[in-house]
Design a protein. Structure first.
Length: 190
């Protein structure tokens, strides 16, 4: 049974309804009342009333030189959005912002932009196009394999980090590979 606090539940909701769920911050439960409202993990440091991008809007790009990724990034994590490329989990931090920037992508289909996430090593760089086209730099700190219900990967940790995730192993929905990276300095590349 899918629980409302599981990543599998979120993805099931997205597949069935095309909606991106919202979370009530106090209870950590999902609400589908407003499908355009972003998912906002419990304890999010996202400012109240922060602008929400329309699903599927290009919101920048992601570059990962170590695995030859250079791809536009879109608002949302539903399957329609991810078919175009990596998606920013709405309501999580923006590149260089306070909190956890969460990005999902495919490993085997739709160009497989995250196909080689498993090859990243500690210290590899992940670059996001941030506000006004300024690149923001993160450095890989860890790789984890988690179950599909590990929704905690989207939560704010109190640190300025990026979390990239995709299905694992390649071609399977059984687990998720998660890459964590910390913001380097102020993140801005001169």
């Amino acid at each position: 049974m899918l629980r409302p606090t599981s990543l599998a539940f979120v993805l099931a909701v997205v597949i069935v309804t095309g909606a991106t769920p919202a979370v009530a911050q106090e209870e950590g439960t999902f609400s589908l009342d407003n499908p355009i409202t972003a998912y906002a993990p419990s304890g999010s440091r996202q400012p109240a009333g922060a602008a929400v991008q329309a699903l599927g809007t290009q919101v920048g790009s992601v570059r990962i030189p170590a695995i030859d990724v250079d791809h536009p990034m879109y608002a949302g994590v539903d399957l329609g959005v991810l078919s175009d490329g990596p998606g920013h989990w709405l309501g999580t931090a923006r590149p260089g912002g306070d909190g956890n920037l969460v990005i999902a992508g495919h490993r085997t289909t739709h160009g497989a932009p995250f196909g080689d996430l498993d090859q990243l090593e500690r210290g590899d760089l992940i670059l996001f196009e941030g506000p006004k086209g300024i690149d923001i730099m993160y450095s890989v700190t860890e790789t984890m394999i988690v179950t599909p219900d590990a929704i905690w990967i989207t939560y704010d940790t109190g640190e300025d980090i990026a979390t990239l995730f995709a299905c694992h192993p390649k071609g399977s929905l059984r687990q998720r590979i998660v890459i964590r990276a910390k913001l380097v300095g102020d993140g801005k590349i001169a």
